[in-house]
Design a protein around this ligand. Structure first.
Ligand SMILES: CC(C)(C)CCc1c(C(=O)O)[nH]c(=O)[nH]c1=O
Length: 312
């Protein structure tokens, strides 16, 4: 059985990698991901300057997932770009992802210029699930702003690039977003980011579990699975064939990995399950995926990728 997968001319031994934000803040955490069975890894979204992020508690594990409002704590784009350049020199056959996030639309061009000017030869993930001007929805829910950012970005950026998207819930939004994305030379999209602005309560104190935003935060884990499957499937049905899809959200078992691939995913990112279980999840999930494939008589991911059946 082969778990190998590719995005364009980047080849990975297996589909599993971390989701940006989890186990990827420091060089030590990134080195641990390289040392793990993960097929690749991505950095915490770097911003133009380092950020402390929101006051704690800002993350909480729940029975069926997690809630977070970290506030983009990170060591800054230069820290992660330096790491990536050093890493690729040492491990030229192990392509990795650099995630970046603006704090405003104009930041994206600045981030893109910096990476474009560098020798980075991996894949860049532009996180579009980030704040806009107060009163406007997050960038990826604002189609005009998204169009402007991508237009400006691809005027200068020629390296392999993708966007990290929040979940969409409306078929007309899938149509609109896919039509917009199809106009740009994207290498991949990553769907989904956490379910924006959930709320969970401490039963002992009747208090919200996290401090920032009155307890509002992104929801991940099992809660996110049906939304992640639908978003991967909807974008696979709508995007150009040459745009790869990274499926993220809701993975706790190998069957969940299988299901994202069945919906069209080329790589699968792990967030909450990695936060909870640590890097042991990579081996467990790869073995569980192999078991599901064996049960079905499949030996490669292409045997079943995108082959979700519907009731006729
Ligand atoms: C939510 C933002 C802070 C605007 C972007 C960074 C981010 C965070 C975060 O750093 O709070 N958490 C997520 O689950 N997804 C994200 O994309």
């Amino acid at each position: 059985t082969s778990l190998a997968s590719s995005i364009q001319n980047f080849h990975f031994d297996n589909v599993l990698m971390n989701a940006s934000g989890v186990h990827c803040m420091t060089t030590q955490e990134l080195d641990e991901l390289y040392a793990s069975p993960a097929g690749s890894f991505v950095t915490k979204s770097g911003t133009p300057n380092a950020r402390v992020g929101n006051p704690e508690p800002r993350y909480h594990q729940l029975e069926l997932g997690s809630i977070n409002s970290m506030g983009l704590p990170n060591n800054g784009i230069d820290y992660y770009l330096d790491y990536a350049l050093d890493f690729q020199a040492k491990h030229p056959d192990h392509p990795i992802f650099l995630s970046v996030s603006g704090m405003s639309p104009s930041d994206y061009t600045l981030l893109a210029e910096k990476i474009q000017a560098s020798d980075f030869n991996g894949l860049t993930e532009f996180n579009l699930s980030c704040p806009n001007v107060p009163g406007k929805p997050q960038i990826a829910y604002d189609f005009d702003t998204t169009e402007q950012i991508l237009t400006d970005l691809f005027k200068i950026f020629t390296k392999p690039a993708g966007v990290k998207l929040p979940p969409f819930f409306d078929l007309a939004q899938f149509d609109q977003m896919a039509a917009l994305l199809n106009r740009f030379p994207l290498t991949f999209i990553n769907s989904i980011n956490s379910l924006g602005n959930g709320l969970m309560i401490d039963p002992a104190t009747d208090t919200a579990l996290i401090r920032p935003k009155g307890g509002f935060g992104g929801i991940g884990g099992a809660y996110a699975k049906p939304i992640a499957l639908a978003n991967v499937r909807a974008f696979r049905q709508r995007l150009r064939d040459d745009i790869a899809i990274i499926g993220t959200g809701g993975v706790t078992t190998g069957r969940d990995v299988y299901d994202l691939i069945l919906c069209g995913a080329d790589m699968v990112q792990l967030g909450t399950v990695l936060q909870v279980e640590g890097v042991a999840c990579f081996d467990r999930l790869n073995h569980e995926l192999e078991a599901v494939m064996a049960e079905k008589g499949y030996t490669t991911l292409d045997d079943f990728r995108g082959k979700l059946q519907t009731i006729q």
